[in-house]
Design a protein around this ligand. Sequence first.
Ligand code: S3P
Length: 436
Amino acid sequence: MTHVKIQTVDQKIRGTVSFPGDKSLSHRAIIFGALSEGTSSFTNVLPAEDCRHTREAFESMGVEIRSKGATALEIVGKGLYGLKAPKKEIYLGNSGTSMRLLLGILAGQSFEATLTGDPSLSQRPMRRVTAYLKEMGAALEGREEANFAPLKIHGGRLKAIRAVLPVSSAQVKSALLLAGLFAQGETSVTEPVRSRDHTERFLKHFGVAVREDGLSVAVSGDQTPRSRNFEIAGDISSAAFFMGIAALLPDADIQFRSVLWNPTRTGVVEVLKRMGVKFRVTSVSESGPEPVADFTVQRGPLKAFEITKEELPSLIDEIPILAALATQARGTSVIRDAGELRVKETDRIHSMVSQLSRLGAKIKETGDSMIIEGPTPLSGASVNSFKDHRTAMSLVVAGMIARGETLVEDVECINTSFPGFFWLLDQLYIKHELVQ
Ligand code: S3P
């Protein structure tokens, strides 16, 4: 097990940072490359464990994927109907996105496959996808009516459905739209609030017609994507930890380069602005299907914030770092109706409330909400990641403003989404020590 020791940062932090490819986009690039007609090339693909699992899943189904250096991939597409039955179970580690999106694709295949994952993934609810896929005509088996991995799926010709999701989820929406490519008729998905729209953007960019109408999105079957080449935008969810550093440390001067700037993902930026953090966007451009931006972030006196149900999907992965920031904001911050956090890589309400409390934060949970009083000085202590990458990185950032030394236990999980995290801290001369 690897732990990290982190000290109070008392020097001025300055530098220019860029990030490996966004995790959501990297998964989708591999998926769309594999299902396309022709060869796609992508640069700045996230070289993290989660995306490696998606890659290996397609390789095990006969797709040729060539690495071109550390972060570029060339994918020889098989079209919609060219995948082969995998010879063994497909292991997806910690990656919920891999499992849910693959289920959608496997629902359209005429072979059988079994998906497995690590103990955390095996406890995450899958019925939210599998119930709809059964309705479309796929056969699924797994514990508690195909709610938990291992999941055995036998797909085939599907029929289109109109799904109305009770909770917004890009993973569920994406699984159903991908299944829709194999269905007869038009499959539509309606969400209470629009979640990240990467799959819709990728479909269109790869030449598939998509019909959008308010909170609904629909796709008709038998449209084969066509190969594309582009650079994957930097991961805004990884950048959020460095926005947090810029917002917390006095006089920090950090410039951000080529970060994904999709409005369904920039909720964290909007909240930071409400808190009093200043953003100066110096350029916005397009990189394939997605917008990217360069910007600087400057600290201001931090004010407490409330997060509404409506904006939750646009910052769902940034709640852990926002909770850490709230401990230093004046007033009472409230994150409401965040039940989805309980079914992420760990229960992130519990992980953040329990571990920030250990550092001295005034934070409590009531129902599915978190309430944080600030500003509260933090003191170094031993805290635990719960094997969740975003809990781990949020606690490392909290450790930078805690008095004395903070030990964050079990930080290997950071490799699931951001293998260069500690390297980037080094580049900014932020002292830390990895210990076994
Ligand atoms: C993701 C969607 C989100 C997010 C996850 C990645 C995606 O999950 O938490 O890290 O790539 O579609 P939900 O939309 O299911 O909440």
